[in-house]
Design a binder for this molecule. Structure first.
Ligand code: KIV
Length: 257
């Protein structure tokens, strides 16, 4: 799809009925995100989310038998302690949850872990930039790699991180909360598709948190858009999102950093 210029549409889902709706709208990838901890359970961050919760939500999504690829997030501390634990937990999301791929956050520091998971034939999606599981290191949910205001060398480190994720064997990479020129540069340099969220217009695809798209969160992030407003229901909102990503009208300049 990257080679064809066919933008990849990704949405988060955490349950059976909404997965059925969004799958009927032709979403390419369904991400069972650990954002579930924030948008569904009401936590401040994704850090409290457990493996058991991720397996529960992944199972609910998979019961809808989606045509879309189902990717499930490895939650905080399920893959950081050792590559051995990471492989076991990735395996649980596949074997018990029914996911077809897993996602984890980080760059060079998790390259070996990505390689070890990929070596047992579990496809891995990477995630660099604003990585919510690193909220305390980042001092908040802050855009990473800005030319001004970022720590020296942060842009260069982000490029090294993305290249390390690709070299380790990831099949795609989420770029979250980075300036759009950096996302464009990474999309050009990498062979694998980049999936942007708050990363401008030039990524190979886009991901949004479903509850942001439906306007169900108290404060919508700048990079998001309420697709429910002006439509007559959830299905129409998801269709509008898919169409806007495919035709390049979302994200627009106002959603970028
Ligand atoms: O958990 C999640 O929803 C995510 C997306 C924001 C990419 O990781």
């Amino acid at each position: 799809m990257k080679a064809d210029g066919n933008r990849i549409t990704v949405l988060t889902s955490y349950d059976y009925p909404l997965t059925r709706i969004m799958d009927g709208c032709g979403v390419d990838i369904i991400l069972v995100g650990d954002s579930v901890g924030v948008v569904v359970a009401g936590h401040e961050t994704t850090l409290p989310v457990t493996m058991e919760e991720m397996i529960y939500h992944t199972r609910a999504v998979v019961r809808a038998q989606p045509r879309a690829l189902v990717v499930a997030d490895l939650p905080f501390l399920s893959y950081q302690v050792s590559p051995h634990e990471a492989v076991a937990n990735a395996g649980r999301l596949i074997k018990e949850g029914g996911a077809e791929a897993v996602k984890l956050e980080g760059g060079s520091a998790v390259a070996e872990t990505i390689a070890r998971i990929a070596a047992v034939d579990i496809p891995v999606m990477g995630h660099v930039g604003l990585t919510p599981q690193s909220v305390h290191r980042m001092g908040g949910h802050k855009v990473q790699g800005r030319r001004r205001g970022s720590a020296p060398g942060q842009r260069e480190r982000l490029i090294e991180d993305a290249l390390a994720v690709e070299a380790a064997g990831a099949f795609a990479i989420v770029l979250e909360g980075i300036p759009e020129d950096l996302a464009a540069e990474l999309t050009e340099q990498l062979t694998i598709p980049t999936i942007g969220i708050g990363a401008g217009t030039d990524c190979s695809g886009q991901v949004l948190v479903l509850y942001d798209l439906l306007g169900l969160v108290p404060r919508a992030p700048k990079f998001s858009k309420n697709f429910l407003a002006g439509t007559d229901g959830i299905e129409a909102a998801v269709r509008a999102y898919v169409a806007a990503v495919k035709d390049g009208s979302f994200p627009a300049a106002e959603h970028a950093f």
